[in-house]
Unconditional design. Sequence first.
Length: 155
Amino acid sequence: MKLSKTILFTNNHISGLILRLTLGLVILPHGLQLLLGWFGGYGFSGSMSYFTGAAGLPWIVAFLVIMLQSIGALLILAGAGARLMAFAYIIMFFGMIVTAHADYGFFMNWAGNQKGEGFEYHLLVMGLAVLLMLNGSGRFSFDYFMSKSLLKQSA
């Protein structure tokens, strides 16, 4: 019970809402590309093939990447277990930097003159995720309503 309070507890602050909306709305379209093939993506099968083939990731890691960027983004938007999702994002995006983006430097490939993308976007996501972990989900979140309920039960 104590662990669930620690993970779920959040105040009714606006900063958590802003963090959740920003992070979730930026990640979700990428997740929908990977999972459903929307927005020019390859869908689940194509994404799994790329991650396990060309990227050389184990199937479980590939699966988790797809799920975190799709279902995880929806959970963050809802503020459901947002601290756990944020922690998972930090690990995932650090892994992306190390395995695929560090070789291309800091900057994104805006001009199309390098073979890959840099890691500036990844650092922004990680920064938002750290703040979400520290602050909690905030206003209008599942975590806030659950933390109110848990506080009432323990009183």
